[in-house]
Structure formats: C-alpha cells, structure tokens
Design a protein around this ligand. Structure first.
Ligand code: APR
Length: 367
C-alpha cells in the first residue's frame, strides 16, 4: 500500500482521507494539532473498512513521526475562511501553520509529493515550495480540480446532462480572479458554447467563481469540504497511480503564459513524479490577460507573505491581520518559524512592480 499523510484532520482532511481509503488508494495518517480529532476520525474511518470493503489502514496523531516515508503529503491544516472573510485575510495565520507543517513533514518524507489545500491556496503552495526546498514538480496546490468540478456541475445542470460528460477547466488563482475557460468547455466533445449562449455560460462562470461563498452562506459556519476532499483524492490517485491526468493545478510557472516564479492554476500532466509538464494552451488575448491579472494578484500576496515570514522587507502585514474578525492565533509566533537547511529563495514577482501594485487586493470568496 502507498502511504498518504494528511496534515489537518478537519473537514477537508478527513473527507479526503475517506475518499482515499474507500478507493483503496493508500494507507492514511491523519495529523492534527487536535490529537483527539486525528485519532478519533482515523479510528472511525478504519472501521468503515469491513463495511465498505476497503483495506486501507488509518491512524491519527499530533506528532509527525508516523508520517515518515509518505508517498504523498497533503496539507489542509489551517484556519478555515469564515463568511465575509477573504482568503487573503487568512494569510498570516495560515502561513504560520503551513510553514510548520511543511517543515516537519518534509524532514520525514523528503521523497513525497506535497499537495497543498490550505487557503489562500496559491500563496500557501508557494510558501510550502519555499519552505520544503523540494523541486516545484513535487509541490502542487489543489484548487483547479475543485473549481473546474463546480463549473462542470453547473454546465451539466443547465443542460440536464450527466456531469460525467462535461469537461471544463478553470485556470488562474483560487480566488475572485480565477479564469474559467468558456471556449474550452465541452459536453462529450461538443463545445459548450454551441449548446449554451455565451452570456449564460458567463453567468455559470460567475457562479463558479462564487461557488465556495455560496456554500458558506448556507452552512453559516465552516466551508465546503466534500468536493474539496474529493478533489484532493483525485489528485492523490493521479499521482500514486501515475495516471498522467491532465488537470488544472496550482504549479510554479517557469515562463509559461508569460508567467515566471509564481504559483498559479495551470493545466498540467500529473503523475507519480508530480507535475510532469505544464501544458500551454493557445489562449486568446482576453483569456491570457485574465490569467496574468490573476497571477499578479497572487504575486502581490506572495510579497506580503514573504514579508510576514521574514523573507522579504518588513511590511504591511499587520493591517491585513488586524482585519481578521474573531480569529485566535493558536500557533507559534512568526519569529519561531525556522528556515530549513536549503529553502528556495523567495520568488521575484514576474510582472513589473507598477503592474503588481495595481493588482487586485484581497480576493473575497470561498473555498
Ligand atoms: N497543525 C496541525 N493541524 C492544525 C494546525 C497545526 N498547526 N492548526 C490547525 N490545524 C487543524 C485544525 O485543528 C483543524 O482540524 O487544521 C484543521 C482545519 O480543519 P477545518 O477547520 O475543518 O477546516 P477545513 O474546512 O478542513 O479547511 C481546511 O482548507 O480551504 C482550506 O483555508 C481552508 O485552511 C482551510 C483548510
């Protein structure tokens, strides 16, 4: 059996564990600062084995020892976004949590592929890349699979067809500036634009963008976790089984789409070694502009984040943190975040400074 460690045994982490176990993909270790949650949920899931015919072993702990030699490490630990809270407001607290999780996990599983889920997604993935010092091919953010799944769901409902027949891809950051590709959406090979008017498809794209917030508004407390957990499991499956799935994932751009040194949602081929390659679609100018604008917003927050963890100039972080409503910091102070032996350098923004400065600020929405 493969071994997957999931850091953060909350809603998304436990749901991902459930999908992974039920599909017999791997044994799962759940790690949570709340040890009881990790132990209780893993024991509960273990007991689904005889009932649902899976043979995955599941265990839980608060310490990282049992994560050693994982094939995949998933990081979902963090503070979830609350209603009305932007993802980017989560930045300071979740940077502390993700830094600590990534640093501890990579020491014990240096060969693992890391899948990051914590929001703000693209920024946290870049942070994990910097902290672990791993090749970017092995540090990947989960967002595009989820956002694309939402878009596909809405297209299927609109046309009253099976969601299985709908293909659609959402690129860009996991935020307000995400880029649903209308022209590339299809129903069993038929371009969606031949079946739905562009205006209506645009409405579905907007609902996709707001998809997480829509769920938060119903739940009142907490945010989506079934589709996020399933999306994690899909990526884990593609990695462990070396499936070469072509999926939108948050990955480090290295010149593709005119972007450099920024984690942003792009189409990739995903397999056992992680990202095997980034696929470059011939985007039209408005699609490309939207993608670059989305990436610029991420870069702006990466600068804030690097300031926060001491990898950049001291800065404007306090203002952002002061806006966090009702959040209690439970982790170590920033100063306690140690740099690993050979971390990656903080990325230089790939767009010019004035452009980055005019990027969208915090992106309100949803998981
Ligand atoms: N180490 C380990 N686990 C931690 C730590 C830490 N330092 N800090 C928090 N956690 C755990 C919490 O105890 C909780 O069980 O992370 C878990 C987060 O779970 P939920 O609060 O249920 O949040 P969830 O809905 O699962 O979302 C997880 O995904 O989309 C992102 O931003 C979102 O950060 C959130 C993450």
């Amino acid at each position: 059996m493969f071994k997957v460690s999931i850091i953060g045994a909350g809603n998304v982490g436990a749901t991902a564990a459930q999908y992974i176990a039920m599909r017999n993909l791997a044994d799962v270790v759940l790690i949570d600062i709340n040890e009881g949650a990790a132990m209780g949920k893993s024991l509960d899931l273990l007991q689904t084995g005889p009932v649902t015919s899976h043979c995955a072993h599941l265990s839980g702990a608060s310490g990282y020892e049992s994560t050693a030699n994982s094939d995949v490490v998933v990081i979902t630990a963090g503070i979830p976004r609350k209603e009305g809270m932007s993802r980017d407001q989560l930045l300071k607290i979740n940077a502390q949590i993700v830094s600590s999780a990534a640093e501890q996990a990579v020491k014990l599983s240096p060969d693992a592929v890391f899948v990051i889920v914590t929001n703000p997604l693209d920024v946290m993935t870049q942070l994990a890349y910097q902290i672990t010092g791993l090749p970017s091919q092995r540090v990947i953010g989960m967002a595009g699979v989820l956002d694309s799944g939402r878009f596909q769901t809405f297209i299927a409902a609109e046309l009253a067809v099976s969601p299985v027949d709908v293909k659609a891809m959402v690129l860009g950051g996991h935020g307000d500036l995400m880029v649903p590709l209308l022209r590339h959406s299809s129903v069993n090979g038929i371009p969606a634009l031949e079946l739905i008017s562009e205006a209506r498809l645009q409405e579905l794209a907007v609902r996709t963008r707001d998809g997480g917030a829509e769920i938060v508004s119903y739940l009142k407390s907490g945010s989506a976790y079934y589709a996020p957990g399933a999306s994690v499991a899909l990526m884990v499956e593609a990695i462990l089984q070396d499936q070469n799935r072509l999926l939108p994932c948050s990955v480090l751009a290295t010149g593709q789409y005119g972007l450099n040194n920024v984690y942003v949602g792009l189409p990739v081929v995903l397999g056992r070694s992680g990202v095997k390659r980034i696929v470059e679609l011939p985007l039209n100018s408005s699609e490309l502009q939207a993608l670059q604008k989305s990436a610029a917003a991420i870069e702006k927050n990466v600068v804030v984040m690097n300031d926060l963890i001491g990898w950049g100039k001291p800065a404007i972080v306090e203002a952002a943190v002061d806006e966090l409503p009702g959040v209690v910091v439970v982790t170590a102070p920033v100063a306690a975040i140690a740099e690993p032996a050979e971390p990656h350098q903080a990325a230089e923004p790939s767009v010019s400074a004035p452009e980055a400065a005019s990027a969208e600020p915090a992106e309100p929405v949803a998981k």
